[in-house]
Design a protein around this ligand. Sequence first.
Ligand SMILES: C[S@@+](CC[C@H](N)C(=O)[O-])C[C@H]1O[C@@H](n2cnc3c(N)ncnc32)[C@H](O)[C@@H]1O
Length: 338
Amino acid sequence: MEPFNRKVSKLRDPGVSLDAAVQEAISQFLGIPSEQILTQPNVDKYFDPERPNAANDDLREVFAVMRDLNLLGVENDNLCVSETGGISFAKALHSIVEDLAATVEDSLHYVELGPEPVKTGAILQDLTEADIEVRSYTAIDINPASEPVMRDCVSRFLPPERIRQITADYFSLDRLDIADNRAPALVTMLGFQEGNEMPGTMMNFFRRIMRPGDLLLAEIQVLPKANWLPIFEFYGSDLMRRFSKIGLRRALGELESEYGVVLVPVPMEIPVRGFVAVTTERIVSEDKMNDKIFVTNYCIKYADEEFRMLRELDGAFRVVAQRLTGDRSVSFQLAERR
Ligand SMILES: C[S@@+](CC[C@H](N)C(=O)[O-])C[C@H]1O[C@@H](n2cnc3c(N)ncnc32)[C@H](O)[C@@H]1O
């Protein structure tokens, strides 16, 4: 049986898209004419519209970059600890899974939006140790390269008939029909993904697909107060530089370019500060007068208290727990659909 109802057309919100708003903000705040700024919808980084079910080396590498970033976090007990202490990224992840295990009765159906094997393996391991039965696992990813890797990861914990993988745009989901009367659905959106779309788009999406009693586990990169270094360090990493170069090559071909990172304010439809971290490739023109800026990634950075407010704003969710790393740069949140 299909685990969800899918409509043929996309169910995206018709409002302002984040890529258009980012283009406008870069033009306004950095003084670059908007015709010199090139953007693309977030989803275009992860699939080839001509061959949506075919993986290729670039898409496999894009997927591997995400996995390698997570490996750095999950295997390092000090990542995201501040000079004065606090919990690491790995500890924050394990703590939120403890919160999850304490919230569900004894079982759940795991639905992962935009999967990646390192965190998923850690979560499944923690749930197993906490005696929580995972009755099924469903991954939904636009990137066809994820399927074999995720199947390999999850089959360490579940038999094949309880694992489903769907190569699709998760915005095409109408509603999840996966929970049963014994177990809710746990929906995860990890890896700062929520910041890739306007807040209203994500709020409407989660409200639409989830049913009362279902749980949402989300992770964002937070805008720390008075210190943006963790954000620049993350985007300055070799892996994020690599991700950016692949994005440029996939969109425009092999070009000489310079990597850059900026944080710009973008008007949002809800009361948040609305800073967006944007990575760019500057494509230098011969006369240096007509350089183009290709935007390879954009991600809204909410403050930790904004993350909580955002989830509870329309009354559809109640935040159950939130865990912030010591350097205040990553927040995991567990919320219940009312
Ligand atoms: C930023 S990565 C995060 C990966 C992973 N969750 C993590 O924790 O690192 C976003 C992932 O979501 C997938 N994705 C992005 N937009 C999507 C969409 N609209 N529908 C389905 N998958 C999408 C991409 O293929 C990618 O693997």
